[in-house]
Design a protein around this ligand. Structure first.
Ligand SMILES: O=C(O)CCC(=O)C(=O)O
Length: 260
């Protein structure tokens, strides 16, 4: 593996709460993954979360409504194929995660994200401002979500938007609604949201972001479904709380690079 100075990226992650890595996933790997994922969409291979299940703005109100059976997430991505398992263990991503976790062991959570986001044109919904950690239960809120762009992700097809630095923010509970989304009607939240940036990704790019970073995304207004595998990682020193959803399945060690 080529020698890359990880220090500037590590500093950027610490400051902003996210890091975009360019050109990580090779074209043939992406094409193979896209073909496999498309096969899982028709006929639909479960487990799946439908747009109607998420209840986000713009989502069909129930499964029997028009578009109610639009798949929003193909769940349990890690167990779906060897290609998805290899993606989750990508050596470039593993090296960054190890660096971010200060050299500790890196573990893939099977309980959170571990899915392929399948944002469809027509019936996709917008995701409001939230932190991924909101429903997760670990010793410390120090997890990293990793978003793989198999194709271009931009404003039109619902690329992620982030508010840089918000992984370090301490907010009063009142700034969040019942579902722990930022309340956009509050003046102080409007100021925060005003600082948001859209993270456009090219095919093969990867976005790493802190589990406390506020992020959101729009609907897919393009003609094409957007397919994005997403996995979540934690360090070996950060354990899921026993008895919670975060401990439902064991985490998987992310291997070290082989020498030579
Ligand atoms: O693509 C989207 O709408 C964003 C999804 C997201 O942020 C999440 O599921 O945590």
């Amino acid at each position: 593996m080529e020698t890359v100075d990880l220090k500037p990226g590590l500093e950027a992650f610490g400051r902003d709460g996210y890091l975009r890595l360019t050109d990580v996933v090779e074209r043939d790997v992406r094409e193979n993954l896209i073909a496999q994922i498309e096969e899982s969409l028709n006929p639909l291979v479960g487990p799946v979360e439908y747009e109607a299940d998420v209840g986000y703005p713009g989502a069909p109100s129930h499964r029997d409504a028009p578009g109610g059976l639009t798949p929003r997430r193909l769940l349990h991505a890690y167990t779906r194929s060897g290609a998805l398992r290899a993606l989750a263990m990508h050596p470039v991503v593993a090296r960054w995660l190890r660096t971010i976790f200060g050299g500790d062991e890196v573990l893939l959570s099977q309980c959170h994200h571990n899915c392929v986001m399948t944002k469809h044109p027509g019936y996709s919904s917008a995701t409001l401002w939230h932190q991924d950690i909101r429903y997760w239960s670990f010793d410390r809120p120090e997890l990293v979500s990793v978003w793989f762009a198999l194709d271009r992700e931009d404003r039109k097809n619902g690329a992620l938007k982030v508010i840089p630095g918000t992984h370090k923010l301490e907010l009063d509970r009142g700034r969040l609604d019942a579902e722990l989304f930022l309340r956009p009607e509050l003046e102080e939240n409007r100021g925060l949201i005003h600082r948001a940036v859209t993270v456009e990704l090219e095919p093969g790019d990867v976005l790493l972001f802190h589990s406390r970073l506020f992020h959101a995304a729009g609907k897919n207004l393009s003609e094409k479904v957007k397919l994005s595998p997403v996995f979540t990682y934690h360090s070996g020193a950060n354990h899921p709380i026993p008895g919670t959803r975060s401990s439902r399945f064991p985490s998987i060690p992310v291997g070290r690079e082989r020498a030579g």
